[in-house]
Design a protein around this ligand. Structure first.
Ligand code: ADP
Ligand code: MG
Length: 501
């Protein structure tokens, strides 16, 4: 089915999230909607799916104007959407979840389960999904759960399928499989809107690309466009995607982790008998699909989370910091860029210069007796804003007012300004625009070149491959192998799925 969006405008208060957007997707076309975080991609799709009402503009399906009053209308017209966060019920089976979607009254007893099972089998067969209708959702890998979402949409006769950042939670192999499924669906006439910020995927699968930036369409491109061209369209200026990295001399082991195990909030063993050393002058990346213990490992390394008693040890520069407080770990010589800058990295109500002080307030640097040394604070803040290219009206602007990328630069600036020998960076570029990613990557490499030991925890394989000197892959709490940066993507993908190196 052909989809046309004409002049869609959607405002949230004074913010124009979609500004007169035009988009045409032909029947059987895979159309990539490419744009940075906050560009307005999800908003546009929520308008299409009837979740938001556009302030202006029109939706046409096969040239007929539509008027959606809620997702029910959109679904009835043939629109299917797989959201960034799945909406499946974990304790129900695949067939039950599919039946639920088809039964707006939602009473399990009143559904025709046999029909739902058959539907799952039929769709699964037709597109090679390999999904068992009787499996419980909670027992399925994320990649299969996603297929269930797709089956749900197809079972309602979706002829335009929207996939909102579907690969964020997948291994490289699962991503390849999803792309194959997309091709199959397109061949059968389904139109697909594929939302992503990953250029590699766009080039691999899209027939056509529309790039949006700050709520506006900035252009369309073919998948033959170079990644640099596409990135420049996304960001609005030239960007250098490859990080320059020289060979560096290895120093002593600055971090020694021996057989640690760590519990998560639900008291499951999230980190299971993990050991590694990190040397001065190297970047050790901890790779893996999200949710395999990386977050808990990072928290244990910096003292936010304790190591199971008697289970292993962590040393920084030869000093034991196992289950030490965060402050003790930082004092032992660790800088930390946390995964969730809003939760752990910044105080949004504090000004930028106040945020720079957060980690140093326990040193004498900013204080004179009981007073804060304001001139020094101002001098340092001005210098950091300048050196780290933080785009802000002033150093007295509250950090919460900055864009995501600039907030992250404040955290990075503060942490790198500390004179320490170990840097732990957890998802340092998550939710950060491409332009700022480039800058943050350069900073991380230059710390390594200065002889620091860097631990990079990242679920973005591209980031891992761009920066790492060695790659440790985590799966279900264990490190399945530590390999060199020349390791093929495919091998890394297998390791991310639990196959040891
Ligand atoms: P993308 O999906 O491209 O990352 P979104 O469509 O989610 O971007 O967001 C576009 C802009 O609209 C962002 O600035 C975001 O903060 C804002 N926004 C999205 N949803 C809402 C909402 N419900 N209320 C207010 N602002 C919103
Ligand atoms: Mg989005």
């Amino acid at each position: 089915m052909k989809l046309e969006l004409r002049g869609i405008t959607k405002r949230f208060g004074t913010l124009v999230a979609n500004d007169s957007i035009n988009l045409t997707v032909e029947a059987g076309e895979i159309h990539a909607l490419l744009g940075e975080n906050g560009a307005g991609k999800s908003t546009l799709m929520n308008v299409l799916y009837g979740l938001y009402t556009a302030d202006e503009g029109q939706i046409l399906l096969d040239d007929k104007p539509q008027d959606f009053d809620g997702p029910g209308d959109a679904m009835a017209a043939g629109i299917g959407m797989v959201h960034q966060h799945f909406m499946l019920i974990p304790v129900f089976t695949v067939a039950e979840n599919v039946a639920l979607g088809n039964e707006p009254t939602g009473l399990l007893g009143s559904m025709d389960m046999a029909a739902a099972r058959n539907k799952v089998l039929e769709i699964s067969e037709r597109f090679g999904f390999n999904v068992d209708p009787d499996a419980l959702i909670e027992d399925l890998p994320v990649g299969i759960q996603q297929r269930v979402e797709i089956i749900k949409a197809l079972s309602r006769e979706a002829r335009v399928l929207v996939l909102d950042e579907p690969t964020a939670v997948l291994t490289p192999q699962e991503t390849d499989e999803l792309m194959e499924i997309m091709r199959q669906l397109a061949k059968s006439g389904t139109s697909i809107v594929f939302i992503t910020h990953k250029l590699r995927e766009v080039k691999a699968v899209a027939d056509k690309i529309t790039v949006i930036r700050l709520g506006k369409v900035v252009g369309t491109a073919s998948p033959d466009a170079s990644t640099n061209e596409l990135a420049s369209m996304m960001v609005g200026r030239e960007v250098e995607l490859t990080v320059q990295k020289e060979l560096s001399e290895l120093g002593p082991a600055l971090v020694e982790v021996k057989n640690i195990s760590v519990l998560d909030d639900r008291l499951h063993r999230a980190v299971d008998d993990v050991s590694f050393d990190v040397f001065g002058g190297e970047i050790l990346a901890i790779a893996g699909v999200q949710g395999n213990g990386q977050t808990e490992l990072a928290e244990a390394l910096v003292g936010v989370r304790s190591v199971i008693k008697g289970a292993g040890s962590i040393a920084v520069k030869g000093k034991d910091v196992t289950s030490a407080s965060v402050r003790k770990v930082l004092e032992a010589g660790v800088a930390f860029i946390p995964e969730d800058r809003k939760k752990d990295g910044l105080v949004p109500e504090f000004t930028i210069s106040e945020n720079f002080m957060l980690n140093q307030s326990f040193t004498s640097r900013f204080t004179k007796g009981l007073n804060i040394n304001f001139p020094l604070r101002k001098e340092i803040a001005t210098d950091l804003v300048d050196r780290f290219d933080v785009r802000t009206p002033s150093i007295d602007t509250p950090a919460g007012k900055l864009s995501g990328g600039n907030q992250q630069k404040v955290v990075v600036a503060r942490e790198l300004a500390r004179d320490v020998e170990v840097l732990i960076a957890s998802q340092p570029t998550r939710g950060v625009d491409v332009g700022s990613i480039e800058f943050i990557h350069e900073q991380i490499v230059s710390e390594r070149d200065r002889g620091k030991a860097v631990i990079l925890i990242s679920t973005e394989l591209d980031e891992v491959l761009a920066l790492a000197d060695r790659i440790a892959v985590m799966y279900r709490g264990k490190i399945v192998g530590i390999v060199g940066p020349e390791t093929p993507r495919e091998t890394l993908g297998k390791m991310m799925a639990g196959v040891s190196a």
